[in-house]
Design a protein around this ligand. Structure first.
Ligand SMILES: NC(=O)c1ccc[n+]([C@@H]2O[C@H](COP(=O)([O-])OP(=O)(O)OC[C@H]3O[C@@H](n4cnc5c(N)ncnc54)[C@H](O)[C@@H]3O)[C@@H](O)[C@H]2O)c1
Length: 378
């Protein structure tokens, strides 16, 4: 069992990683809220796990004395919208979730982000317990309190996570047993965020990932559990140091570092013709960010090659397959949340296990990043 504390004063919470932890969700929420009597819970479940893991969580909540209303959502980026957010708020009204209640999110990052935003906005905010069921959500999305939805942009594609709120959970319960049912492609997606954590803070994790990837892709639950504990610890350290992503360039540990690869990834992820999942877009974005570091003289070709071989060992793409043009993608990067006063900034590696913010990157540098992942244009 691993317990990681996110130290945020009166908003502090624990991230629990333990086999069989789903059965403890009821007592964990009861401890967080003080008691269960009269409290009604909106359990927002990914439809893929509604009849399995979410049922188990509902049973644990009822066993601890809560009453539970169930809402099920299909985990699609196209459902991470204000319309679905509103439908969930209407469900909260219909089910009479009052201020003594809470939201429990059972699913991957899509459900966690959406349900977290419902909790942040219903009655101006009620508690949320995150119960991640994908590797990606366990190591990354469930921790740190970023919630939100996508918004259609003028070019017709979705802008990622443009509407939302920081809303810290009262706890995160990660049970590696639930990963048994996760498809191999989704395991790969989770590994992409672990690679990102390795580049930010712990280069030795890259080598561990190359060794452990086959077992994890095969569904080795013990290997998944120890990877979740190690990778989630990196995220906990970063968000504990900069809770609302307020630190800029020059800060020791900035939460914005967690956006490594994401400014590139968010430009391609919503394009339906590419068919990329979030973790796959992140993998490509990491390669692009690595190429920028090489162009800036901060990374060697060996570093770039090690990154690529790790991503490939994790079953992840390292280039874009499909017809897109770099100019179009650079325009999409302009809608990134890190744009300030009209200027973009990107996160780039500076060494083995360290990164920095690079503000107002030259267009040529961005083109270099896109070229490295097979996208040409000017
Ligand atoms: N809030 C944050 O800090 C943060 C960080 C990283 C990513 N994200 C967001 O997370 C989302 C991606 O999350 P994700 O990769 O978890 O994707 P996801 O939520 O789409 O889940 C991936 C797929 O796995 C299925 N699934 C989930 N759990 C399962 C299980 N145990 N068994 C079988 N199938 C299961 C889902 O139905 C879905 O088809 C993106 O929207 C991204 O923007 C948020």
């Amino acid at each position: 069992m691993t317990v990681l504390n996110v130290p945020l004063g009166d908003q502090s919470y624990d991230v629990l990683v333990e086999s069989g932890a789903l059965a403890r969700c009821g007592t964990i929420l009861r401890d967080a809220l003080g008691d269960a009597s009269g409290r009604r819970i909106l359990l927002v479940a990914d439809h893929a796990v509604a009849e399995t893991h979410a049922e188990q969580v509902a049973g644990a909540l009822e066993g601890a004395g809560f009453s539970v209303a169930f809402a099920t959502i299909e985990a699609l980026e196209s459902n991470k919208t204000l319309d679905v957010h509103q439908a969930l708020l209407e469900a909260a009204a219909r089910e009479r979730i009052d201020r003594s209640g809470a939201v429990v999110a059972v699913g991957g990052g899509i459900i966690g982000d959406l349900a977290g935003f419902v909790a942040a906005s219903w009655l101006r905010g009620i508690p949320v317990l995150q119960v991640p069921t994908t590797l990606l959500a366990m190591v990354d999305a469930s921790i740190g309190g970023k919630t939100g939805v996508n918004l259609p942009l003028p070019d017709g594609a979705l802008g990622k996570n443009l509407v939302g709120a920081f809303w810290q959970p009262v706890g995160v319960v990660s049970d590696p047993e639930v990963l048994r049912s996760l498809p191999a492609r989704e395991r790969s997606c989770g590994l992409a965020e672990c690679v990102k954590h390795a580049l930010i803070a712990d280069w030795s994790l890259l080598e561990a990932l190359r060794e452990q990837a086959p077992g994890i892709l095969d569904g080795d639950v013990a290997a998944c559990g120890s990877l979740v504990a190690r990778s989630a610890a990196i995220k906990v350290n970063v968000v504990g140091a900069d809770v609302r992503e307020e630190r800029g360039a020059g800060a020791g540990v900035a939460r914005a570092f967690l956006n490594l690869g994401h400014t590139f990834a968010h430009a391609i992820e919503p394009l339906p013709e590419l068919g990329l999942k979030h973790g796959e877009a992140v993998a490509i974005g990491l390669v692009a960010a690595g190429a920028c570091a090489r162009a800036l003289g901060d990374w060697s070709q060996v570093d770039c090659d090690e990154l690529r071989s790790t991503l490939e060992a994790c079953g992840l793409p390292v280039s874009v397959k499909g017809r897109v043009e770099a100019g179009q993608l650079i325009k999409r990067m302009g809608w990134d949340k890190k744009v300030r006063r009209g200027n973009l900034s990107i996160v780039v590696p500076t060494g083995r296990g360290s990164v920095r913010m690079h503000e107002a990157p030259e267009r040529d540098l961005l083109l270099e990043g896109w070229r490295a992942v097979g996208v040409s244009g000017d």
